[in-house]
Structure formats: structure tokens, C-alpha cells
Design a protein around this ligand. Structure first.
Ligand SMILES: *[C@@H]1O[C@H](CO)[C@@H](O)[C@H](O)[C@H]1NC(C)=O
Ligand SMILES: *[C@@H]1O[C@H](CO)[C@@H](O)[C@H](O)[C@H]1NC(C)=O
Ligand SMILES: *[C@@H]1O[C@H](CO)[C@@H](O)[C@H](O)[C@H]1NC(C)=O
Ligand SMILES: *[C@@H]1O[C@H](CO)[C@@H](O)[C@H](O)[C@H]1NC(C)=O
Ligand SMILES: *[C@@H]1O[C@H](CO)[C@@H](O)[C@H](O)[C@H]1NC(C)=O
Ligand SMILES: *[C@@H]1O[C@H](CO)[C@@H](O)[C@H](O)[C@H]1NC(C)=O
Ligand SMILES: *[C@@H]1O[C@H](CO)[C@@H](O)[C@H](O)[C@H]1NC(C)=O
Ligand SMILES: *[C@@H]1O[C@H](CO)[C@@H](O)[C@H](O)[C@H]1NC(C)=O
Length: 280
């Protein structure tokens, strides 16, 4: 049952292609999707026509019809200045290599091939991506205070996550946290005016009662984990208490010494002659 259907398929496709080539370049064919990484290169390939002698190839932007590069078997084509060094056409496989990709290169292109007095166009979509930097996550935690004023034993933390240099725009995720306990305080995203890449930034508050490992993720890149809601480390408390006690004792001693000095100096000596003056 399947055999005949599949063997018929190429035949049907071929006849569709043939009948749908009226020669006005309006052929509807599937869009070809390409993806490139910012700063790197991509090869955009136009579908060839086996056995057909291509006399000319144009690659242009789909919407503004701005010519980018191509070839003509008879004469040199005038390649725009900004594409001269960045693009290279291969006449054999009807492809164009575009290097030093920028975000502005993202979009739709049309590839027009001319052959024996006829022409055909194909649409090409180019998507650009740039990897986000490894996000940095920071936390500041405080004792959580109950409405009635007593400590609950838990903590409330302000967490912030930020990453830069990515494309397209992305959002912050906190995979380890309970989504319902996250309160977003601030979302920030800004676009680099030159490279058009994004800096993403989010600040949340989160309450927890026990040590929790947290990382955040932006554009699929995950931060190093940090641990929040840890019990205050014992040595730290001891050090703090010791410092307080030492300061207290020192000031006590200082106070006593000062008091001794103060009491000693003004005490009049009985043989002081000055004392007798007012009496006289
Ligand atoms: C190309 O991407 C578009 C969406 O951007 C999608 O609808 C289409 O199916 C894709 N074409 C191919 C051949 O993958
Ligand atoms: C292209 O490269 C040539 C030689 O490498 C250089 O002289 C020219 O300035 C470059 N043009 C552009 C638009 O970058
Ligand atoms: C053009 O493409 C063909 C087929 O992929 C390849 O063999 C050839 O080396 C390419 N030519 C250049 C100049 O890159
Ligand atoms: C690549 O593009 C960037 C941004 O437009 C530019 O600063 C850089 O000089 C280009 N590098 C090359 C090798 O063309
Ligand atoms: C405050 O509320 C908590 C939880 O309801 C309770 O356990 C605690 O005893 C209360 N403290 C005071 C001082 O009312
Ligand atoms: C922050 O962005 C998220 C989507 O990433 C959205 O659901 C949320 O409402 C935004 N919050 C604020 C305070 O802007
Ligand atoms: C994140 O956004 C806040 C508020 O917009 C800002 O104060 C903070 O500096 C930003 N952090 C980073 C790392 O960009
Ligand atoms: C957090 O991570 C540390 C180190 O990776 C691990 O030892 C600890 O068990 C983790 N704690 C929790 C609560 O998952």
C-alpha cells in the first residue's frame, strides 16, 4: 500500500513544480531557514535546478529588494560596499557565504535564479543568535519577621540575576524555586545600541525556612548555584559576641581608669596654700 504512494510522490512534486513555474518569478516554494551565530559565518544556499544552466543569480533582501550579491555569467555585478568583504558567492552550488554576521543581518532574503530566459525565486529566512554570558546571581537575606513582630525562623531574600550579550531577547528563570513563592520586584532588559544584543536583569524576593540552592537561567545558560537561607554560621555569632564582650570590658576598664584619674586630680591637698586665700 505504502510503496506505490511513495513512488508516486516525486512524480506529483515534479509536476507541481513544473506547472507552478509560470516564469514570472512568483513560484511559491517552501521557505528555507538558516541560522547563524553573531560574529560568525553562514552559507545561504539557493536551491539549484539540476541540469539547468544558470545564467544569473541574485540574492536580495525580501522586503526592500536591496541587492546583496550574486553573479552573472556575462558581466560583473556591482556588489554594495557593505557586503563586498562580507559575502562570497559560489557559482557551483548557488550559495553565498556571509561572514561577520550581525543582528541586522537577521531577516528574509530572496534568491532569484535565471535560466534559459526564465527565472525562479526562493525565500530564505536567516535567524541570528548570540549566546548570553553565564548569569550572575546575588542574594541578600534578612530574618523574616512575622506580622505580630516575632521572628518566624525563616529568611526573606532579595535575589538578582543578570546576563548580557545575548540575542534574541530572553527571560530569567529560577528552575529550583517554587514559582508561586517568587515575587518579581524588577525586570530590566536593555538593548545594546550598536550590537543590538540584550542585557537581561531581574530582581525577585523569595522566602525560605531551610538552606536552598539557587541558580538562575537566561537564554538556556545557567548560573553557578548559590545557597540561601543558611543558618547563620556559628563561629560568626561567637566572633560577634566575643567582640561585643571585649569592647564592653575594655570600655569598662577605660571608664574606671578615667574615673580614677578624674577623682584624683581635683582633690585638694590640705597643705595647698590656695585654699586658704578665699577663707582669709
Ligand atoms: C521556517 O521557519 C518558519 C517559522 O519561522 C516555519 O513556519 C517553517 O515551517 C520553517 N520551514 C522549514 C522548511 O523548516
Ligand atoms: C574590504 O577589504 C579591502 C582589502 O582587504 C579594504 O581595502 C576595504 O576597505 C574593505 N572594504 C570594506 C567596506 O570594509
Ligand atoms: C563551491 O561549492 C562546491 C560544491 O559545494 C565546492 O566543491 C567548491 O569548492 C566551492 N568553491 C569555492 C570557491 O568555495
Ligand atoms: C565585524 O563587524 C563588527 C561590527 O559591525 C565590526 O566592528 C568588525 O570590524 C567587523 N569585523 C570584520 C573582520 O569585518
Ligand atoms: C506570632 O505568630 C506566630 C505564628 O502564628 C506564633 O507562633 C507566635 O507565637 C506569635 N507570637 C506572638 C508574640 O504573638
Ligand atoms: C517581568 O517579566 C515577566 C516575564 O518574564 C512577567 O511575567 C512579569 O509580569 C514582569 N514583572 C514585572 C514587575 O515587570
Ligand atoms: C539590574 O537592574 C537594576 C534596576 O534597574 C539596576 O539597579 C541594577 O544595576 C541592574 N543590575 C545589573 C547587573 O545590570
Ligand atoms: C547545595 O549544594 C551543595 C554543593 O553542591 C550540596 O552539598 C548541598 O547538599 C546542596 N543543598 C541542598 C539543600 O540541595
Amino acid at each position: 500500500m505504502k510503496g506505490p504512494v511513495f513512488s508516486l510522490l516525486p512524480l506529483v512534486m515534479t509536476s507541481v513544480l513544473l506547472t507552478a513555474s509560470p516564469g514570472d518569478g512568483s513560484t511559491v516554494s517552501p521557505v528555507r531557514n538558516f541560522s547563524a551565530v553573531l560574529g560568525q559565518s553562514v552559507t545561504l544556499r539557493c536551491p539549484g535546478k539540476p541540469g539547468v544552466h544558470i545564467t544569473r543569480l541574485y540574492i536580495q533582501t525580501k522586503h526592500t529588494h536591496a541587492f546583496i550579491n550574486g553573479f552573472d555569467v556575462q558581466f560583473e555585478l556591482d556588489v554594495p560596499h557593505e557586503y563586498l568583504n562580507r559575502t562570497k558567492v559560489n557559482k557551483t552550488d548557488l550559495s553565498m557565504r556571509m561572514s561577520n554576521i550581525t543582528v541586522s543581518d537577521e531577516g528574509s532574503y530572496t534568491c532569484i535564479i535565471f535560466f534559459s530566459g526564465d527565472k525562479e525565486s526562493f525565500d530564505i529566512n536567516l535567524k541570528v543568535t548570540a549566546e548570553y554570558s553565564v548569569p550572575t546571581v546575588k542574594a541578600e537575606c534578612d530574618e523574616r519577621i512575622h506580622r505580630n513582630g516575632s521572628a518566624t525562623g525563616g529568611k526573606i531574600c532579595q535575589l538578582s540575576c543578570s546576563s548580557t550579550g545575548g540575542y534574541p531577547q530572553s527571560r530569567v528563570e529560577w528552575p529550583e524555586l517554587h514559582q508561586s513563592l517568587i515575587q518579581i520586584i524588577n525586570n530590566g532588559s536593555s538593548k545594546d545600541p550598536h550590537y543590538k544584543t540584550w542585557t537581561i536583569n531581574q530582581t525577585i524576593t523569595y522566602s525560605c525556612d531551610q538552606p536552598t540552592n539557587v541558580s538562575c537561567s537566561i537564554g538556556g545558560i545557567v548560573s553557578h548555584p548559590i545557597t540561601i537561607c543558611q543558618a547563620d554560621s556559628f563561629p560568626l555569632r561567637v566572633i560577634a559576641a566575643t567582640v561585643v564582650v571585649v569592647i564592653f570590658v575594655l570600655s569598662l576598664i577605660l571608664g574606671l581608669v578615667l574615673m580614677k584619674c578624674y577623682q584624683r586630680r581635683p582633690r585638694p591637698r590640705p597643705e595647698d596654700p590656695a585654699l586658704e586665700v578665699p577663707l582669709a
